[in-house]
Every structure is written in structure tokens, then in C-alpha cells.
Ligand binder design. Structure first.
Ligand code: T3D
Length: 264
């Protein structure tokens, strides 16, 4: 399917989505948000897709909300409420990313600002080019972190760091982002996509149901107690153990061979 601000490629069982408005550092316009919603839902539902990569064209991953859309109304003295767009846009996009049963890798090719951070944080694994920079930026335009950043950022880097990042909104380089746990890995820019595709293919080759259930149970556990979580793990483990991939994994171990997981 052809999109205006999104490029979608499929390599074997990996879908690669690239935000494509490089002149605005892939700012999340309503068009791009709707296209991401469509493409992610489609990749999530497609049994042939077992991992998703999200990246950006040009030198930006994403600079957050497309502020150019505010020029006209603000110059006219109009003050449209952000909540209208947030509820229809990011508030659907971020849960779609965290809730998709497929593992999602953010391939952070460059600049990240505002809600671009939320998009990266909603992915399951963040690998960045050495050229990547991160700024929360919201406070610089008199806003609070949105698109789930108030939830995701403190859970990723801790409350103290999250407040520091949100309030000062200084630009953080990729090595610092790695040190504070904002991202998982940094690689030279020229190696980024090769490394990402290698990881994506590794994730795609895993037992699909176990991957989906691991994502889901980690999310559920954040609002449960330890004992409630262990009860949930026991129930979910029955689902995982009922798959052919579980049988294959155990038999492969016993037969001292590599398992072949088919996602069934
Ligand atoms: O109402 C609502 O929708 C509420 C929702 C809010 C969610 C949010 O995400 S709020 C935060 C929005 N994002 C920002 O405030 C970041 C704005 N951008 C910047 O601060 C800087 O551009 C960066 C720090 C990200 C990068 O700086 P730099 O020096 O590397 O690049 P640049 O020269 O500033 O930007 C390059 C071009 O991208 C430039 O266009 P030009 O002048 O070459 O024609 C710039 O205007 C454009 N651009 C960058 N960010 C945005 C953008 N255009 C539209 N929206 C952007 N967010």
C-alpha cells in the first residue's frame, strides 16, 4: 500500500516502517499518525510478519508533533485543544505499538524530540545511530510530555532522570542515552540498518506466541502485585505450553538440535 508520509517494506517476515517527512525531521503530522496506525495494525494482524522495525528517513527519527500545523490557527488567534488530536492520534498509536503481539524495534537514525520520544519508548527495543540525539522539548513550548511519555519515560529511566529530561529538555547524545537506559544499544550510523535487520530476523525466528505473551504479561504485571503476577504467569504459561513451538523447543533440546519455530 502506498502512503504519503510512510514507507513500508517487507523483508522475509520483517516489516520495516520508515517515517517519511525528512524536511520536518519526520514530525508526527496527523497524516503520518493515521498512516502509522494503519500500517502497524496491518503488520500486527499479518501472520506472515513476525517482527516490526520502525525508523525514519533522513537525519530525523521523529521531532514530535508537527508544529507547522499550528501556525495558521495560532496566527489567527485560534486555540484548538490538543486533547482532540491526542485522543484520536497518539492515544491510539502508542497503545497499538505497546500492544502489538509482534516485537517492535526502534531503529533510531537521528534526531528525536517531543512525542518522537514516546514513539521510541513504546517500542520493545531501541537501537540508535551514534548521530542520534534526544530532547523531550515539550516544556520549551509550554507543554507537558504527552503520547504516553509521563508513563513510559519514568518506567524506563526512573523518576529522577525522567524529570530531569522533561524539565531541562537538554539534548542528550546517543552514548548518554545508552548510559541512562533510555536506549538498549548504540552503533555507527552506517551499521544501523544491518544491525537492526539482524536483530529483527532473530526476533522473528523466536516462538511467536511466547514473544507475544511475554510482551503482554510484562505490561499487565506493571499494574499487579507480585502474587497476582505469579498467578497470571501460571495461566499464561498454559497458553504458551499449548503451542507447537513449545513442543518443538523441548524436543529440539532433548534431541540436541536447533529448534525450528513456525509460530504455531
Ligand atoms: O498540539 C499538539 O499537537 C500537542 C502535542 C504535542 C506533542 C509534541 O511532540 S510537542 C513537541 C514538539 N516538538 C518540538 O517542539 C521539537 C521542535 N524541533 C526542535 O526543537 C528542533 O528542530 C530539534 C531539536 C528537533 C532539531 O534541531 P535541529 O537544529 O537539528 O534542526 P532544525 O533546523 O531545528 O529543524 C530542521 C527542520 O525541521 C526545520 O525546518 P526548516 O527551517 O529547515 O524549513 C524545522 O522547522 C523542522 N522541524 C523540526 N521539528 C519540527 C519541525 N517542523 C514541524 N514540527 C516539528 N516538530
Amino acid at each position: 500500500m502506498a502512503y504519503e508520509q510512510l514507507i513500508v517494506d517487507v523483508e522475509d517476515d520483517v516489516a520495516v516502517l520508515r517515517m517519511n517527512n525528512p524536511a520536518r525531521l519526520n514530525a508526527l503530522s496527523p497524516t503520518m499518525t493515521v498512516e502509522l496506525l494503519e500500517a502497524l495494525a496491518s503488520a500486527g494482524d499479518d501472520p506472515g510478519i513476525r517482527a516490526i522495525v520502525l525508523s525514519g528517513e533522513g537525519r530525523g527519527f521523529s521531532a514530535g508533533a508537527d508544529l507547522s500545523a499550528l501556525r495558521e490557527p495560532y496566527l489567527k488567534g485560534e486555540r484548538p485543544k490538543p486533547s482532540l488530536f491526542l485522543k484520536e492520534g497518539y492515544n491510539k498509536l502508542i497503545p497499538l505499538l505497546t500492544g502489538t503481539p509482534k516485537p517492535v524495534i526502534a531503529a533510531i537514525n537521528g534526531v528525536v524530540a517531543g512525542a518522537g520520544n514516546s514513539v521510541a519508548l513504546a517500542c520493545d527495543y531501541r537501537i540508535a545511530s551514534e548521530a542520534a540525539t534526544f530532547t523531550m522539548a515539550f516544556v520549551k513550548i509550554g507543554l507537558i510530555p504527552d503520547a504516553g511519555s509521563c508513563y513510559l519515560l519514568p518506567r524506563t529511566v526512573g523518576l529522577a532522570r525522567a524529570l530531569e529530561l522533561a524539565l531541562f529538555s537538554d539534548k542528550v547524545d546517543a552514548q548518554t542515552a545508552l548510559r541512562i537506559g533510555l536506549i538498549n544499544r548504540v552503533v555507527p550510523g552506517e551499521d544501523l540498518m544491518a544491525e537492526v535487520m539482524d536483530l529483527a530476523h532473530r526476533l522473528a525466528a523466536l516462538p511467536t506466541t511466547a514473544v507475544a505473551l511475554t510482551k503482554r504479561t510484562f505490561t499487565e504485571a506493571s499494574r499487579l502485585s507480585l502474587t497476582q503476577t505469579m498467578d497470571r504467569e501460571a495461566e499464561v504459561q498454559d497458553e504458551a505450553a499449548a503451542t507447537h513451538d513449545h513442543l518443538e523447543g523441548v524436543l529440539a533440546f532433548l534431541e540436541k538440535r536447533q529448534p525450528i519455530f513456525t509460530g504455531k
